[in-house]
Design a protein around this ligand. Structure first.
Ligand SMILES: [Zn+2]
Length: 448
C-alpha cells in the first residue's frame, strides 16, 4: 500500500501575498493533513476531514507540531561547484578563472561527476529543496551523472550541459557544432524521462561566440518545451566585457534577445545592472530574472532591485547560485534576500518569502500545477519545518505570537537543521529513509 497521511500544521500559498498580514494568500490548517496516494497528493485540509477521506488502516506520519509545506524550489545553481563553495577573495571573472574553471574540469571524469551529483542531491534534500534548476559542466558525462542521481531519488530536476566555446580553458570548451550535437543528444536522452526537464544552457555571452549563440537559437526553436538558462548583468566588469563582444547589441539583454533566447521558459541569473529598457524586454518576453542574494553578496556583485522588476511587470524568482552562493539552504537565502532588499529601502515580508520559495518559484517555472503548492493532483513533494530546531530558535519562538512571526524566525535563524523531513513523490528522504512511520516529535510546548 502506498497511501500515507502526513499530519502537521499545513501551510500552502494560493497567491502572492500583498502585505505582512494577507491571510487570503494562503491556506493554513493548525491540525492539518495531506493525503498521499501513489506519489501524488489526493487531499489536503483539516486532519479530521482528510482522515475520513483516507479511510481506515491508513499509515500516518505524525509531524505535529511542525509545519508541513510544499518542497522548496531553487531556480539557479551549479552542481559542479558543490566543492567550490567558499573560494576566497575574488569577484566574478577572477573567481571563475581562478577557482571554477579549474574545478569544473574534474567533471570529465564520470566517477567524480557521479559522486558529486549524489552528494549534491542529498544536500538539496537535507535543506528541504525538492526541485532545482542546475547548470552541469560542459561535459555530457556531468549531465548523465546529474539526471541519474535525480532519477535515483525520483526528484523533479531541471538541468543541462553548459555550452562555452571561448574565454575558458581548452578542457572546458566545446564548439558551436559540438555544443549543439551534445545538447541535442542529451535532450533526446533525458528530457521528459521520469521527472527530468532539460535546460538549454549557453553559460553567458562572454563564453559563447556569435556562432554558438546561433546554435543555441536553433536548439530553442527545435525544443520549445525545454528551459533556457544563462547569466545576465551580474557584475559591472562582466557587463562591459559582454557588451564589447557584441557591439551591435543595444545592451547586454539585447544580446540574448537578438538570438531569440528570451521567452517564458528562460531563466536569467542575477539581472543586477539593468536599464529600465532591459527589464521591460523581460516583461514583454516573459523571461525570468533570478535573484541570488548570497551569491551577489559573496562575490561583491551588487543588489537586485526587486521593486523595479515589479514596477515594470517583469517576472522574477529566487535562488542560491551555489557555489558563488554560500548555502544550499533556501531559508538562509531568504535571510540574505531580506537584507539585500532592506539596503535599498525595500521590504520582504515573511509571507512573501515563503510564497517565493514555493508557489512563486513554481510559477516562475510554469510548474505550479505539479509543485510549489499542496493541492489534490500535485506531486507529493513536501517539506516538514521545525521552527524550534536550534536552542536560540526555541527561545525566540516562546515569544512569537503569529504564523508570520514564526516564518520570519525560520527564515532569519533557520538552516538545514530546521528541515525535520522531506518527502519526494511521497517518500521520506531525510531521516525517514529508515522508515515511513514517524513518531510524534517530543515537544514540551506547542508554539504559541
Ligand atoms: Zn550562476
Amino acid at each position: 500500500m502506498t497511501d500515507l497521511l502526513i499530519r502537521g500544521r499545513v501551510l500552502t500559498f494560493v497567491k502572492e501575498p500583498e502585505g505582512i498580514d494577507d491571510t487570503g494568500a494562503y491556506r493554513y490548517y493548525e491540525d492539518g493533513a495531506v493525503l498521499v496516494t501513489n506519489g501524488k497528493i489526493a487531499g489536503v485540509g483539516s486532519y479530521s476531514d482528510v482522515v475520513k477521506q483516507a479511510g481506515s488502516g491508513i499509515r500516518i506520519a505524525d509531524h505535529r507540531p511542525n509545519l508541513v509545506l510544499p518542497g522548496l524550489i531553487d531556480t539557479h545553481l551549479h552542481f559542479p561547484q558543490t566543492q567550490a563553495i567558499a573560494s576566497y577573495g575574488a569577484q566574478l571573472l577572477e573567481w571563475l578563472n581562478t577557482y571554477i574553471f579549474v574545478e569544473e574540469q574534474k567533471f570529465k571524469e564520470p566517477q567524480h561527476a557521479a559522486f558529486i551529483a549524489g552528494r549534491f542531491m542529498d544536500e538539496l534534500l537535507s535543506n528541504g529543496t525538492t526541485t532545482a534548476v542546475a547548470y552541469c559542466s560542459v561535459h555530457p558525462e556531468s549531465v548523465d551523472a546529474f539526471f541519474t542521481a535525480a532519477e535515483e531519488r525520483n526528484m523533479l530536476m531541471i538541468g543541462g550541459k553548459v555550452m562555452m566555446d571561448r574565454n575558458a580553458p581548452e578542457g572546458l570548451r566545446d564548439t558551436p557544432g559540438k555544443g549543439y550535437d551534445e545538447t541535442k543528444r542529451l535532450i533526446g536522452k533525458w528530457h521528459g524521462r521520469g521527472r527530468a526537464h532539460y535546460a538549454i544552457s549557453p553559460r553567458f555571452a562572454i563564453t559563447s561566440t556569435p556562432e554558438q549563440m546561433e546554435m543555441s537559437r536553433a536548439l530553442v526553436d527545435e525544443h520549445p518545451d525545454c528551459y533556457v538558462q544563462t547569466h545576465l548583468s551580474e557584475n559591472k566588469e562582466e557587463v562591459a566585457f559582454a557588451t564589447s563582444l557584441y557591439p551591435e547589441a543595444k545592451d547586454y539583454t539585447d544580446i540574448y534577445a537578438r538570438y531569440g533566447l528570451l521567452g517564458r521558459k528562460t531563466l536569467l541569473g542575477h539581472c543586477i545592472y539593468m536599464r529600465d529598457r532591459e527589464i521591460s524586454v523581460l516583461a514583454e518576453t516573459g523571461a525570468v530574472g533570478v535573484f541570488c542574494p548570497t551569491s551577489n553578496l559573496f562575490l561583491g556583485s551588487g543588489l537586485f532591485d526587486r521593486d523595479r522588476f515589479d514596477r515594470l511587470g517583469a517576472r522574477h524568482a529566487v535562488a542560491t547560485d551555489v557555489g558563488a552562493g554560500t548555502s544550499f539552504s533556501m531559508l538562509e537565502t531568504m535571510d540574505e534576500a531580506y537584507k539585500v532588499l532592506h539596503l535599498q529601502g525595500q521590504r520582504l515580508s515573511p509571507l512573501r518569502s515563503f510564497y517565493m520559495l514555493t508557489l512563486g518559484n513554481a510559477r516562475a517555472l510554469d510548474l505550479e500545477h505539479r509543485i510549489g503548492s499542496l493541492h489534490a493532483g500535485a506531486d507529493a513533494d513536501i517539506v516538514i519545518l521545525d521552527s524550534h530546531a536550534k536552542p536560540a530558535m526555541e527561545l525566540r519562538m516562546r515569544v512569537a505570537s503569529s504564523l508570520a512571526e514564526e516564518l520570519f524566525v525560520l527564515q532569519t535563524m533557520g538552516d538545514d537543521r530546521c528541515v525535520a523531513e522531506v518527502y519526494v513523490a511521497g517518500r521520506p528522504m531525510k531521516r525517514g529513509k529508515r522508515a515511513d512511520e514517524m513518531t510524534p516529535a517530543a515537544r514540551t510546548a506547542e508554539p504559541a
